[in-house]
Ligand binder design. Structure first.
Ligand SMILES: [Zn+2]
Length: 224
């Protein structure tokens, strides 16, 4: 027997032709551990709809409160940088392919379009990241963090570059000095308990130090 849904959509939401795609996308994000605030932002559904969907999937109310956010997460450790870079690489590749399809298929009517929406690209990229990572390592990047990273790319706060030594594509914070644009493969070392550390300057230490440090002018995105 099919379980009845108690989803009550607003007039604005039911007015959308692609509603089914949008709800599938919302369900996919929630099933990957996405918070309702991420679902609202990606799918442009109301708070009530996102919460009701969550309840129908998990049988309980979602966690409330702010999402944890760290603007420098991607360069905090080589592992963060590696995982963030893999996700960004997948995201940019899928986005580029979608744009190329878009050029070829301009005659396709919007409701029948096979092109991915930005939200679908986000979820597909995250799922592909999981497939790449789960075989080899623990998953470092949650879907909520992936959403923040996608936003940081969109506003050019972070950007990618190729390492001139190993040719690995990795992300860094666009406006930071080059000494902090480290390669997670070439510039990392293992400490005594097996954790990956940067060989270069310690970002966390430098941020704690005197007020004249180079980061003092980059506080505008900080969560502190
Ligand atoms: Zn390298």
């Amino acid at each position: 027997m099919v379980k009845e849904s108690y989803l009550r959509l607003t007039a604005k939401e039911t007015d959308i032709l692609s509603l089914k795609r949008k709800l599938n996308l919302a369900k996919g994000i929630l099933e990957k551990g996405g918070r309702t605030s991420v679902v609202r932002a990606v799918c442009q559904v109301s708070k009530d709809t996102a919460i009701q969907l969550y309840k129908e999937i998990y049988g309980q109310a979602p966690t409330s409160g702010m999402l944890p956010y760290d603007s420098d997460w991607i360069i905090k450790t080589p592992e963060n940088c590696l995982h963030g870079s893999i996700y960004c690489n997948v995201l940019q590749t899928i986005s580029k392919n979608n744009d190329n399809c878009s050029e070829r298929e301009k005659i396709v009517e919007k409701e029948n379009s096979i092109l991915l929406t930005k939200g679908e690209i986000f979820l597909s990229s995250y799922m592909l990241y999981e497939q790449i990572i789960n075989k080899a390592r623990n998953k470092e990047l949650t879907i909520n963090r992936a959403w923040h990273i996608s936003q940081q790319i969109a506003m050019s706060y972070i950007s990618g570059r190729n390492c001139t030594r190993c040719n690995c594509f990795h992300m860094s914070i666009s406006h930071y000095p080059d000494i902090y644009k480290l390669c997670p493969v070439c510039d990392s070392v293992c400490d005594a308990i097996g954790r990956q550390k940067w060989k270069g300057p310690n970002l966390n230490e430098n941020k704690k130090n005197d007020a004249t440090d180079i980061f003092s002018k980059y506080k505008f995105h900080s969560n502190k």
